[in-house]
Design a binder for this molecule. Sequence first.
Ligand SMILES: Nc1nc2c(ncn2[C@@H]2O[C@H](COP(=O)(O)OP(=O)(O)OP(=O)(O)O)[C@@H](O)[C@H]2O)c(=O)[nH]1
Ligand SMILES: [Mg+2]
Length: 371
Amino acid sequence: MTENGDKTAKSGLMRRLFRGSAAAPADPPAAGASPPIEPAPGPETSAASPQAAEGAPPEPKKQWFQRLKSGLSRSSGAIGRGVADIFTKRKLDAESLDDLEDVLIQADLGLAAATRIREAIGRGRYEKGVDPDSVRAILADEVERALEPVARPLVVDPTKRPFVILVVGVNGSGKTTTIGKLAATLRGEGKTVVIAAGDTFRAAAIEQARVWARRTGSDLVEREQGADAAGLAFDAVTRARALNADVVLMDTAGRLQNRTELMSELEKIIRVMKKVDPEAPHAVLLVLDATVGQNALSQVEIFGRVAGVTGLVMTKLDGTARGGILVAIADRFAMPVHFIGVGEGVDDLEPFAARDFAEAIAGIERTGADQ
Ligand SMILES: Nc1nc2c(ncn2[C@@H]2O[C@H](COP(=O)(O)OP(=O)(O)OP(=O)(O)O)[C@@H](O)[C@H]2O)c(=O)[nH]1
Ligand SMILES: [Mg+2]
C-alpha cells in the first residue's frame, strides 16, 4: 500500500470528492474499535498513514493526474502503441482506420465508440498523412464527449440522516476497500460514519470492515459470521439513526450477477432497510473491477435491475489494459460514474473526471501547471 499523507493534496481531494463543505481536519481519530463516533478526524493522521503517525517525512506524492496516468498506463500503452504503429508513415485510409478500430475494440471501448472515433479521425483527412499526436488528441476529445455526461459526484444529501449508501458488486471487485476509502474521505470532511459489516459470510470480511472502521474512526455495526445480512442492515440503519450519524456505508458479500438466490438476498437487504427508513438506501454503488472487461456490462445491467444501482465505482484501472470499458458502459447505460480506483491505497480513489480520464487513456502529456 502506498498511503503517504500529504495534507495539502489530500484536503484538496476531500473538497473535490464530495460536494459541500470540507471541515479542516485537526485531531487524530480515536484508536479504539467502534467508539461512539466523534467529529472530524484527520485522514492524514489515521492508521491508514502509518508514516505520518510515526513522524517520518512523507514521500512527495504524485499529483492525481500523474497517478491516474500511471494507473492507466497499461490501457494507454496498448492504445498508444497501436496508434503509433498505424499512423507512423502511413496514409489515413480505410485500412489504417480499420486497424485503429481493432485497437480500440481490443481496449474494450466498444463498437459504438470505436466507430465514432474512427469517423472523427477520418473526417476531412482521407488520403492525407496524420500524425499520432493528432490522432491521440481526437481520441481524447471523443472519449471525453462520451464520459462527460456520466461523470457525476456522489452527493451526500445532508437532509437525509443517515444517508445510507449500499455497496454491491461481484466477488473481489473492491467493495470493502472502496468503503474504507470512502469512510476516510467522509471522516476527513467531518462527517460521522457507520460502517455495516454486511459481508457476514466470511469472518475475514468482518475483520476487514473492523479494520477500516478503526482506521477511519467510524462506528462499526457487525453480527456474528453467518448472520442474516438483512438483519444487519436493519441494525446498522437503526444504530446510525440513534447516533444521529451522517452516513451509513453498508458492505455486502460479493455475488455473481447470475446467481439468482444471492441476488434476491440483495433485494431483501433493501426491503429491510426500508422498514427503518422508507427512502433508504439513498445511494446504491456498484463497484466494478475494470479487469473483467466486457463482463462489466452484464454486471451493470443485472445489478442495476435487481438492486437499483444509482452510481458506479470502477476499481483496479491500474491493473488492466481494458480501461476503455468505462466508455462502453457510458455509451450503453448512461449511469453516473462517481469514482475510479487506481490502486489499493487510501488515496487511490478519486472523483471521476471525464477530461482527466480521456487524456490519461489517450496518453496525452501534460506539462507544469496543467497536471
Ligand atoms: N490494484 C488495485 N487493487 C484494488 C483496487 N481496489 C481494490 N483493490 C484490491 O482488490 C482486492 C479485493 O478488494 P476487496 O475490497 O476486498 O473486494 P470486495 O469486493 O470487498 O471482495 P469480496 O468481499 O470478496 O467480494 C484487495 O486486494 C484490494 O486491495 C484498485 O483500485 N486497484
Ligand atoms: Mg468485501
